[in-house]
Design a protein around this ligand. Structure first.
Ligand SMILES: [Zn+2]
Length: 95
């Protein structure tokens, strides 16, 4: 499943967090997406969900090249962070 359209329509500002039902597993209020300077970090807290943890590869290079200007770099950083497994956990992003 491609989550980019879903995340794009959240229209998050910097440091804003969305929390709601997961678009993949339909889990109730298990999905969060937080926009930081480096990109949007999203996560589902349901253990059985494929987009939980670091395993998700929902944004492809094709998606990145299709992004609008200012979001391109953020998305690239986000993609790279997912690829090399350096996504901060929610507990590390506070403050
Ligand atoms: Zn989920």
């Amino acid at each position: 499943m491609n989550l980019k359209p879903f995340i794009d329509q959240l229209d998050l500002g910097i440091d804003e967090t969305y929390r709601g039902d997961c678009p993949v597993c339909q889990g109730k209020n298990t999905f969060t997406a937080t926009r930081s300077v480096g990109g949007i970090i999203f996560n589902c807290y349901k253990n059985s969900c494929e987009i939980s943890g670091k395993s998700a590869r929902s944004i492809t290079l094709e998606d990145i090249t299709a992004l609008r200007s200012s979001k391109t770099i953020e998305a690239m950083l986000f993609f790279m962070s997912r690829t090399i497994g350096l996504v901060p956990t929610p507990s590390l992003t506070r403050g």
